[in-house]
Design a protein around this ligand. Structure first.
Ligand code: G6P
Ligand code: MG
Length: 218
């Protein structure tokens, strides 16, 4: 029986994907590296370092320079998220969180971001979240299952009792590798491997989702 939900944060509960993009774009512009919205799609759900490596490609930066660039990008990102409020919650997010809580379902965040706690606070949903697994929790980033297993452990639940909600290919892979029920948000080309694929959280009801997941025999 499903007893827990693990939500990815960026691109699921809120569209910080746009802020990550703006921060990377600013850095790339300063470095004279070609980058755009389309190139940014490949960074969805990818760790800070892996994102930077994809942006710089084979340009010969030293480790110190890479670290400085990661810090610079994070500074821009932190500035951008300061003004976030509950208005930045994705459509349907608060309704789903409330329905899940009323049904006695435990809720965790499973985000690769080191800024996840700040974003949760700014969104005003800290009191609806039972546990946070973030960019400090595990060593191996998604698509490794580690972060979601860590989150399930915080909720004291087994993987098969958990549903993961993800918007990134790497996140869907991580959830499946963890042996969890997986809901992918976005186009099938991106999240098609998930058990259930939805465009976003708008109008999503736990009762409907439960019926869909129960109809899947694995
Ligand atoms: C999430 C986002 C990525 C971001 C990563 C690390 O997975 O989807 O775009 O790069 O977190 O975030 P951070 O705030 O620690 O740089
Ligand atoms: Mg995401």
């Amino acid at each position: 029986d499903i007893q827990g939900f693990i939500f990815d944060l960026d691109g699921v509960l809120t569209d910080t994907a746009e802020f990550h993009y703006l921060a990377w774009q600013r850095l790339a512009d300063q470095e004279g590296i070609p980058f755009n919205r389309q190139a940014n799609e490949a960074l969805r759900g990818i760790s800070r370092r892996a994102s930077l490596m994809l942006i710089v490609g084979d340009r010969p930066y030293s480790e110190a320079q890479l670290e400085e660039m990661m810090e610079r990008k994070n500074g821009y990102y932190v500035d951008l998220i300061q003004n976030m409020t509950s208005r930045d919650l994705s459509l349907g997010a608060i309704e789903l969180l409330n329905e899940l809580r009323q049904a006695g379902i435990k809720i965790a965040i499973g985000s690769a971001s080191k800024n996840a706690r700040t974003v949760v606070e700014r969104l005003g949903i800290a009191d609806k979240i039972d546990a946070i697994a973030d960019g400090y929790s595990v060593q191996k980033p998604k698509p490794a299952p580690d972060l979601f297993l860590y989150a399930a452990n915080l909720l004291k639940l087994k993987p098969e009792q958990c549903v993961v909600v993800e918007d990134a290919t790497a996140g869907v892979e991580a959830a499946l590798a963890a042996g969890m029920w997986t809901v992918g948000l976005g186009p099938a080309e991106r999240v098609g491997a998930a058990h259930v694929v939805l465009p976003n959280l708008a109008g999503v009801k736990w009762t409907d989702l439960k019926a869909k997941l129960n109809s899947i025999t694995t």
